[in-house]
Each structure stands twice: as structure tokens, then as C-alpha cells.
Design a protein around this ligand. Structure first.
Ligand code: 0X9
Ligand code: ZN
Length: 309
């Protein structure tokens, strides 16, 4: 299959992932982690190296938690493509795969993603029904069963865009991902791709306080930001999620992964552009340059983290 350079619908993206996995052969496995509210399969692709001796640490990558942030899944698919095609060709890819097994979920929210194609371009949440007939959807990035949920830093109202759900971890998509991640051995790195802002966010997200890993996270994030700037990606900023975005958010996958898995290198990339317009509606003609300028951020981040306990 060819690299994705357009904003495709869910069925097309799903087919693309299936083809990539089969063309990849022994180095790849597709893992169905469960179905979304509307019954779409959530598929994680596991990518390894030939020289795999087993027992490597793992990197997990998620995209498409928010339906309208289309650059996220397309970037994650480009990441998958590079890890498959450029192993043994590109030295960064080879290093990243020789040191880690990669688990990648391009679409955390397949129902919302398809709805943003068919119905409402600015849709954010999933498509679960709520107690209000006219208000659909839970913000999956407020639904992770992490602490800080008692603070009023997510919406309890089903009609709002940041509705956290009836209770933490209520959503099928969240449950599937939580269950899967708790089963990943030696998870070391957790990367979440969102848009937009050109920021690298580090925890905590539910309060403006640093974690005990703050300086290591900040150092790695700064290295990534510098690499993206050097690749003509312009200025990226790195820091506490709540501080940079000026609001706290509970129930994010970032906080949950940090608090509940072995992974302490947890980052949310708020991808380009830096402002609106175009905001979430980044033209397709920008995909290639965004991929090319963001990719060095990922490779540099991983290289900085490798061998850091
Ligand atoms: O609000 C979110 O879920 C994320 N931003 S987005 O524009 N992609 O929706 C970021 C959450 C990060 N945490 C905090 N802002 N505290
Ligand atoms: Zn988002």
C-alpha cells in the first residue's frame, strides 16, 4: 500500500492498515482490542524488528481520540508506514525498532471520526448515547479512569464537548484501550497525538503540578521541539499540559498512562497548525510538510529516551 497523504474515511483507513499489516509480514501483527460503541473494530498494529530477541520495552502510540483532529490519525499512519518500510534502510527507524516493540492505534475514536466525515466536520466526542436524547457523545480524553476526576475539570453535562461520561472509564473505547494497555509488558513510552497548537504536553493534566519525572520529560520534549524547529517545523513549546493550554483536564489518557502503567515517558503532541484558522481544518496539501517536520520530533524524542530508566 502507498503512504497516506489525504484525509480518508474510516473504511479506507481500516483497509489501508490491513494491507500494510499483511505486506509487512512477520514483523507486524494486527490486534483487535475490541469494538467501538457503533461496532467498529479498534485495531492496534504491533511492529517489531527482525532481530527481535523478545522481551523488549514497548512504545504505545494513539491517534484520533478527538474526531475532528484529522492530522492526528494521518500522521500516525505515516509513522506506521515509516516503521514498516524504512526498517534497515533509515538508521533512526532501525534504532527505534531494535530498541522497542511498537503498538500503534491510529483511531481511538473510529465512530466520531467517521461522523466528522459524514455529518459534522467539527465533531469531537465519540457517538455513545447519553441520558439526554438530543445530546450524543463522550469526550474520550476526559473518560480515562484516572484520579483527579472529583475536581471539576471536565464537564458533567452530556451536551457539552468535554463531557467526561456518566463515570470514569464508562466508554467502550476507553475500556478497550485501558484493558489492552494494562496487558502490555514493559511499557516505557506513551505518545498521544492531537491537534492543534504545536505543543508537547507533559503531565499532570488534571492539575498544574509537575510529576516526579518532570525534568526528564521536559529534557526529552525540548530535544524533540528543537529537532522539529531544525527541520523547518517552526517553534514548538514544551511544558505542563494545564499551563500551556491554560485549563486543567481530568480523565486524559496522558494522566491515566502515567499513573497506571509502567510508562513514565508520556507525551501529548498537539500537532500543527499553531492557530485557527486553519485550526483543525488543516488542508490536505499541508500533510506532507507536517509529517516531514514532525517526524524528527518523534525520532529525537525516542532516541533521547532509549536507555533512560
Ligand atoms: O483538551 C484536550 O483533551 C487536549 N487538547 S485538544 O485541543 N486536542 O482537545 C489537551 C488536554 C491536555 N491537558 C490539559 N489541557 N490540562
Ligand atoms: Zn484533541
Amino acid at each position: 500500500a502507498d503512504v497516506l497523504r489525504s484525509y480518508v474515511t474510516h473504511p479506507v483507513m481500516d483497509h489501508w492498515l490491513e494491507r500494510m499489516a499483511s505486506e509487512c509480514g512477520d514483523r507486524c501483527t494486527l490486534i483487535n482490542i475490541g469494538q467501538s460503541f457503533e461496532g467498529r473494530e479498534m485495531k492496534v498494529i504491533k511492529i517489531t524488528s527482525n532481530s527481535s530477541t523478545g522481551n523488549k520495552s514497548a512504545v504505545f502510540v494513539e491517534g484520533g481520540a478527538h474526531a475532528r483532529e484529522w492530522i492526528s490519525p494521518v500522521f500516525v499512519n505515516n509513522l506506521i508506514y515509516k516503521l514498516i518500510i524504512e526498517y534497515g534502510v533509515d538508521s533512526s527507524v532501525t534504532l527505534m525498532l531494535d530498541n522497542y516493540d511498537w503498538y500503534i492505534l491510529p483511531l481511538v475514536n473510529p465512530d466520531g471520526y467517521q461522523y466528522s466525515h459524514n455529518n459534522e466536520r467539527y465533531w469531537r466526542k465519540n457517538r455513545a448515547t447519553t441520558i439526554f436524547r438530543d445530546c450524543v457523545g463522550v469526550d474520550l480524553n476526559r473518560n480515562f479512569p484516572s484520579f483527579g476526576m472529583s475536581d471539576p475539570v471536565y464537564s458533567k453535562h452530556p451536551c457539552e464537548d468535554t463531557y467526561g461520561g456518566p463515570f470514569p472509564g464508562s466508554e467502550r473505547e476507553t475500556k478497550n484501550l485501558v484493558k489492552f494497555l494494562l496487558g502490555v509488558d514493559k511499557l516505557h513510552v506513551f505518545l498521544s497525538f492531537h491537534s492543534y497548537s504545536k505543543m508537547i504536553l507533559i503531565p499532570w493534566s488534571h492539575k498544574m503540578k509537575p510529576t516526579t519525572h518532570h525534568s526528564a520529560l521536559k529534557t526529552a520534549g525540548m530535544a524533540a521541539a528543537n529537532a522539529m524547529e531544525a527541520a523547518n517545523g517552526g517553534k514548538w513549546v514544551v511544558g505542563l499540559a494545564g499551563e500551556l493550554l491554560s485549563y486543567n483536564a481530568a480523565g486524559t489518557s496522558l494522566d491515566w498512562a502515567y499513573a497506571n502503567t509502567e510508562a513514565k515517558f508520556v507525551f501529548t503532541f498537539e500537532m500543527p497548525p499553531s492557530r485557527s484558522p486553519p485550526g483543525f481544518v488543516l488542508p490536505e496539501s499541508s500533510i506532507k510538510s507536517v509529517v516531514d517536520t514532525t517526524w524528527p520530533g518523534v525520532t529525537t524524542l525516542i532516541k533521547t529516551i532509549i536507555n533512560t530508566p
